[in-house]
Design a binder for this molecule. Structure first.
Ligand code: ADX
Length: 206
């Protein structure tokens, strides 16, 4: 099949996704962490990455603050810029998943429609939405970067939870409640989910 957009033809390659699974000895997927700033998305993604590493799984964390230093440093926090932020990350995550890795993305991604747009780029089962749930009051009390304080004083505009919306996922694959469970419990909950879905099964051959 020839894929064509304008004058651009999709270039087929000779190494298939299954070839990569066999080489890596594992499958690939995207774990999409979403939640308020300070809810614990990055902490959880980083802890899970270490756990997956110990299982022999190749994974990589895409983190909001880090990506906004490079790839997305031209983007701000208007709804349009957030949409573009999430679109680009979705595309990058797709490349990672095509390359046979576990991609772990930690972005507020406050809009349902934007998260849905990413979900639709993946086959069912490959996109795993993890709602990192934590009440705003708790995130604000934690305020690890002092940003809530600034947002309350009006020094930061469009701050999620204060002056910009956060749309909770309606049907996430996983919900972790970081004000109620420990980091280790949350990590094991996600590992349990991955095991149940066969995503940690060894892929043989190759
Ligand atoms: S997203 O909404 O586009 O998904 P992203 O996860 O990339 O956001 O970036 C969020 C991080 O940027 C926050 O953790 C915080 O450190 C910082 N930040 C700076 N300004 C804002 C703002 N107005 N709203 C939310 N986060 C902000």
């Amino acid at each position: 099949m020839v894929h064509l957009i304008g004058n651009i033809v999709w270039q087929e390659t000779k190494v298939s996704r299954e070839d990569r699974y066999r080489l890596n000895k594992h499958k690939s997927c995207l774990l999409w962490f979403t939640g308020l700033s300070g809810a614990g998305k990055s902490t959880l993604a980083i802890a899970l990455e270490k756990e997956l590493y110990d299982f022999g799984i190749r994974s990589y964390v895409l983190d909001g603050d880090n990506i906004r230093h490079g790839l997305n440093k031209n983007l701000g926090f208007s709804p349009e810029d957030r949409k573009e932020n999430i679109r680009r990350i979705g595309e990058v995550a797709k490349l990672f998943v095509d390359a046979g890795l576990f991609a772990l993305s930690a972005f507020i991604s406050p809009y349902r429609e934007d998260r849905q747009m990413v979900r639709e780029r993946f086959v069912p089962g490959e996109f795993i939405e993890v709602y990192v749930k934590c009440p705003l009051e708790v995130c604000e009390r934690r305020d690890p970067k002092g940003l809530y304080k600034k947002a309350r004083k009006g020094e930061i505009q469009n701050f999620t939870g204060i002056s910009a919306p956060y749309e909770e996922p309606l049907n996430p694959e996983i919900i972790v409640e970081t004000d109620k469970q420990t980091l280790e419990q949350s990590v094991q909950q996600i590992i349990g989910y991955l095991k149940e879905r066969g995503l940690l099964d060894m892929v043989h051959g190759g």
